[in-house]
Write a protein of this length. Sequence first.
Length: 177
Amino acid sequence: MHDYTILFAGPAGAGKTTAIARISETVPTAADLAGVESVGTTGLLLESGQLTLDNGDRLRLLGAPGHARCDALLPVLAANALGLVILLDNARADPLADLAYYLDGFAAQLAVLPCAVAVGRLPEQAKPDLDDYAQFLHLRGPVLPVLACDVRRRLDIVTVLETLLAQVEAFNLGPRP
């Protein structure tokens, strides 16, 4: 049995907390980032949940704060992660710019870190669609799987994690020290 970390990153309000709550088999916990002021209805918390796989391995689900003032934490969190989920809210003003922001923020890690892009709120905002995201990634790089994801639906989160774990297997990655 091994323990691994999956990092969820994305802008504030994208649904990281909800996604972790839907998939975690334990009550998610949150660590307050002392000294950093909260903004709006979303806090500056580091959420954590857990999911046990059929083989007994445990996934620690970590939700990174979505505020720019916490960006210095992202590479540190990613350094210990087995995989990364970039969660986007399609109803935001420019979700492709949000994607670019996180691709830039994780540029060094994405060379060795499996990643999946999960796009929420597609029914509320049809454009950009998944093809637009795929085209954006094709032109800009890296090429990553892009999935529709309603963070309120456990099955959608499971699908994102299965896609990410398939990438981990393809990368033939094991635990990292």
